[in-house]
Design a protein around this ligand. Structure first.
Ligand code: C2E
Ligand code: MG
Ligand code: MG
Length: 273
């Protein structure tokens, strides 16, 4: 490998991001946006996915696609992930207390968090501290866990699932999962990756997204589609009996202070999807 200028630049960028990541929590630089998930059967709001946003006074807005990998490498994802979980559960408990009783919250969990010995205990104590019931929490994990300590991670997830917490496999179809491994994982939901939803519009690929829905249902799982951007995609997913949808066609991720207004507007207009 030739060490070139690009690599140096890449390395510098990482160092800068890492340096500024160290104080994000203490400096209150993180916020969560919440993207609605719709239950297709009922046409109602199922809940929201918490998505991390970092507005750095020095670097400006940094996309989670670039800083989460770095936070994982330097293990800062552990305190950041704990902050996300706590903040998201507290947000949902507040919504319940305001009368929006049935909504759930979905939280992305890094494989680095899952590898922690006390991960399951940590999640349960956040639920206890915030007062949110376990059935309103869904954890989103990715297929990268197949590359790590599969057995140990499965065990922790099983403890959580047995408490009533839902477990979704995010970005499904892009990673390493074989169907036999999938069967062993204590998950409740498959979340079809956006790339399969994009391809719905190409006639030759229509069957792929619907095949995933069928496989999921045959395995006793619920299926969510992410990245739904058009009415045609939505209509197709309705026909395949996909359980939940999420995407810009319904709403972009919403800053926390605007979520309640969004719900009110949708409910007031009796909006059916
Ligand atoms: P993800 O969990 O698969 O989240 C979906 C991403 O797709 C989000 O990007 C969301 O804003 C975007 N999205 C949703 N609907 C649409 C659509 O219709 N069209 C398009 N083009 N995009 C859509 P975001 O917020 O930039 O997050 C990117 C990834 O960063 C997430 O992918 C997730 O893997 C990770 N991430 C975000 N927040 C957290 C977090 O709190 N913890 C961890 N570990 N990872 C997180
Ligand atoms: Mg996700
Ligand atoms: Mg995804």
């Amino acid at each position: 490998v030739v060490y070139g200028q690009n690599m140096q630049q890449h390395f510098d960028e990482r160092m800068i991001i890492e340096k500024h990541l160290r104080n994000v929590i203490a400096n209150n630089e993180l916020t969560l946006h919440y993207q609605p998930l719709i239950d297709l059967g009922k046409g109602e709001i199922w809940g929201f996915e918490a998505l991390l946003r970092w507005n750095s006074p020095v670097l400006g807005f940094v996309s989670p696609l670039s800083f989460i990998k770095i936070a994982e490498d330097c293990r800062l994802i552990i305190p950041i992930g704990e902050w996300v979980l706590r903040t998201a559960c507290r947000f949902m408990k507040d919504l319940h207390d305001k009368g929006y009783k049935r909504y759930s919250i979905s939280v992305n969990i890094s494989v680095v968090q899952l590898m922690l010995e006390d991960f399951a205990d940590g999640v349960l104590s956040v639920l206890e501290d915030t007062g949110l019931s376990p059935e309103y929490l869904e954890l989103e994990i990715t297929e990268s866990i197949f590359m790590e300590s599969f057995e140990a991670i499965s065990k922790k997830l099983k403890i959580l699932r047995d408490k009533g917490i839902r477990i979704a496999l995010d970005d499904f179809g892009t990673g390493y999962s074989s169907l036999s491994y999938l069967k062993e994982l204590p998950i409740t939901t498959l979340k079809i990756d956006k790339s399969f939803i994009d391809r719905i519009d190409a006639p030759d690929n229509m069957s792929l997204a619907s095949s995933i829905v069928t496989i999921g249902h045959n395995m006793g799982l619920r299926v969510t589609a992410e990245g739904v951007e058009t009415a045609d995609q939505l209509a197709f997913l309705e026909r395949t009996n996909c359980d939940k949808v999420q995407g810009y066609y319904i709403s972009k991720p919403i800053p926390e202070p605007e979520v309640e207004g969004w719900i009110k507007k949708r409910v007031a207009t009796n909006y059916k999807i």
